[in-house]
Design a protein around this ligand. Structure first.
Ligand code: KIV
Ligand code: ZN
Length: 399
């Protein structure tokens, strides 16, 4: 029996706070609607002390999606926690998420606090939150660069104070999977079954999803992630990547989530329309080229059996169809298929050979050919369009 991993979506908080990603409350509500339908377990809707917009977004998401578990972020300082609690006032299932940095670097240069002072602030923050809500998450910011003994000590203290989730962020995306797994394994051991251990990974070295899954393998049961991997600097762990790794490689990563994968691509597209950029074309799962094939050998293999080059079907993640891109690397087989798809009669062997020669000459100087380019070429070789039979109901009525 595989175990459940909770998906904590922070697209509207960590994602939204990064350059080019601000959204208005109505835009956030539209994204939230998709996230709820997709099945995320938690929706972090904002950092209420940071701006009026964040405060209102937490209120609006709580009001519009009463069945969703909504999280609001706060530092472990009384006024932050009060503001976040206030924003969550109408939420039916509120989570107060409080954090303080724990690494030596942050203590020395940012907070000017000792380890004992930070521990005391963490405990007080969790206690303050617990007086109002049952569901409290504590995050040790820059946890991955914190001494392991102190990390375990502060995690246990937060649980004793009432935290139900302990999150260990790799705030600066510095970890490699083996190392992060070792650290998370120790925290899991320290808190036992008194709290869920969560991971929050950033992608500065391109390892966010790998680190999150390595942590799941040793007992983490919540992943904090965002659509399209948006977030501070190089972004957060991408929701679509970690969900599909567990789905496609359940033989090796035997955990499941509540996510409906067919929502992944439509939600990625929706987010891209709300912010200033979409996923890079070669982005795993949701990029424009994620299910595109151009090389002749690949197209031929794909046409013989998609399993040759596809580890998941595009429809699984809501992508309309595989895209065979016709360009200079394409082969005769793909060109032949496209001629038929465009509604032309079957070309003779000689026509196809001559057409292919003309096609490669044209494609050599281009980045890719559109269907209109192909149609114009096909017509030069006297290959005709098939006659289209009009369905009876669209024929003009007899007067
Ligand atoms: O990256 C980070 O450390 C965070 C925390 C506030 C959870 O986003
Ligand atoms: Zn973060």
């Amino acid at each position: 029996m595989s175990e459940r991993v909770y998906i904590f979506d922070t697209t509207l908080r960590d994602g939204e706070q990064s350059p080019g990603c601000s959204m208005t409350t109505p835009e956030k509500l539209e994204v939230a609607k998709n996230l709820v339908e997709m099945g995320v377990d938690l929706l972090e809707a904002g950092f209420p002390i940071a701006s009026v917009g964040d405060y209102e977004a937490v209120q609006a998401v709580s009001r519009e999606f009463p069945e969703a578990r909504v999280a609001a972020l706060a530092r472990t300082v009384p006024r932050d926690i009060d503001r976040a609690l206030d924003a969550l006032d109408k939420a039916k299932k509120p989570r107060l998420h409080c954090f303080i940095a724990t690494s030596e670097i942050h203590l020395k240069y940012k907070l000017h606090m000792t380890e004992e002072e930070v521990l005391e602030a963490a405990v007080k923050g969790v206690e303050q939150a617990r007086r109002h809500v049952d569901d409290v998450e504590f995050s040790a910011e820059d946890g991955s660069r914190t001494s392991l003994d102190y990390l375990c000590r502060i995690s246990k203290a937060a649980v004793d104070a009432g935290a139900t989730t302990i999150n260990i962020p790799d705030t600066v995306g510095f970890m490699v999977p083996e190392e992060y797994a070792e650290m998370i394994g120790r925290v899991v051991e320290a808190v036992g079954d008194r709290a869920i251990v969560s991971v929050h990974t950033h992608n500065d070295l391109g390892l966010a999803a790998a680190n999150a899954l390595a942590a799941v393998m040793v007992g983490a049961r919540q992943i904090e992630c965002t659509i399209n991997g948006i977030g501070e600097r190089a972004g957060n762990c991408s929701l679509e990547e970690c969900v599909m790794i567990m789905k496609v490689r359940s033989d090796r990563v035997p955990y499941y989530t509540n996510i409906r994968p067919e929502y992944l691509y439509p939600t990625s597209q929706l987010l891209a329309r709300q912010i200033t950029f979409g996923p890079q074309p070669n982005k795993a799962i949701v990029g424009a080229n994620a299910f595109a094939h151009e090389a002749g050998i690949h197209q031929d293999g794909y046409l013989k059996n998609p399993l040759c080059y596809e580890i998941m079907q595009p429809e699984m993640v809501g992508v309309p169809a595989t895209n065979l891109v016709l360009g200079k690397h394409s082969g005769r087989h793909a060109l032949h298929e496209r001629v038929k798809d465009l509604g032309y009669e079957e070309p003779s062997r000689d026509q196809l050979n001559r057409l292919y020669e003309a096609f490669t000459a044209l494609a050599d100087n281009r980045k890719g050919l559109t269907n209109d380019d192909i149609a114009a070429l096909v017509e030069q070789f006297q290959i005709r369009k098939k006659a289209v039979r009009q369905p009876a109901e669209v024929l003009a009525p007899i007067a």
